[in-house]
Design a protein around this ligand. Structure first.
Ligand code: CTP
Ligand code: MG
Length: 236
């Protein structure tokens, strides 16, 4: 008999939030009465599909142990790394004893607090029969220019251009191997790019536009607006 496939979540949360320019890493800024990371983790728990959530936290982080959610029975704390990819690899290694190579892993940025259970379920339902896996993404609406200095060299065909979001969903064994092989490569800014370098072809699944990443100060107000709107529309 074949073993049932388990779903795991991995949350990189060991960044310093340089572009946010705040007094603490952006995952600990407050949004609607809770920190950004508490929103992200609660949404993953609400999806009710994960055996556990492995969270990569910086060793010097004084904020994480203060949060009640850090001792939740489904949450595992791993050490963060230098780059996002190192943090993800460390969080994967922390579940090595329990995870099987064929299990699915959904990697989700701590800095995306507006993820909905509906988007998580859609990604899983569309890709669970897939050989490789894939990512939530958004079509690009702006006209895109290729440039050299201030000069425009041409206009890209935007019908083939998508913006990568998270969660990104891949098989445990293959994701770990791809990230290990890509160690130190600055071109690997998400999980899909590590798999692409191994010759795999991940899929895109269109996500919701409100699944924004908190990156700059103005994003906090936008996330607040989206969270309130999501709560209003699920109540009505
Ligand atoms: N991240 C991580 N380990 C790192 C760098 C980033 O776990 N060494 C995490 C961040 O905490 C965040 C996610 O990866 O949840 C996406 O990264 P990004 O938005 O770039 O966050 P920061 O690196 O913190 O921000 P900045 O690049 O502005 O410093
Ligand atoms: Mg960063």
């Amino acid at each position: 008999m074949t073993q049932a496939i388990t779903y795991w979540a991995v949350v990189p949360a060991a960044g310093v939030g340089k572009r946010m320019n705040a007094d603490r890493p952006k995952q600990y800024l407050e949004l609607d009465g809770k920190t950004v990371i508490e929103h992200s983790l609660s949404r993953l728990l609400q999806a009710d599909v994960f055996a556990a959530i492995s969270v990569a936290i910086s060793m010097e982080d004084p904020y994480w142990p203060e949060l009640g959610i850090s001792t939740h029975s489904k949450i595992i704390t791993a050490a963060g790394g230098k780059e996002r990819a190192d943090s993800v690899l460390s969080a994967l290694t922390a579940i090595a004893a329990q995870a099987a190579d064929d299990d699915w892993v959904l990697v989700h940025d701590a800095a995306r607090p507006c993820i909905t259970a509906a988007d998580i379920h859609r990604l899983i339902n569309e890709l669970k029969q897939d050989e490789v896996g894939g990512i939530l993404a958004l079509p690009s609406h702006d006209t895109l220019k290729k440039t050299q200095g201030q000069d425009i060299l041409g206009t890209l065909d935007r019908s083939h251009i998508w913006r990568a979001l998270t969660p990104q969903m891949f098989r445990y064994g293959r994701l770990k191997a791809a990230l290990s092989a890509a160690a130190g490569n600055p071109a690997v800014t998400d999980e899909a790019s590590a798999l692409e370098l191994q010759g795999w072809q991940p899929k895109i699944v269109e996500g919701r536009p409100d699944n924004i990443k908190i990156t700059r100060p103005e994003d906090l107000a936008l996330a607040q607006f989206y969270l309130e709107r999501q709560i209003r529309t699920t109540k009505s």
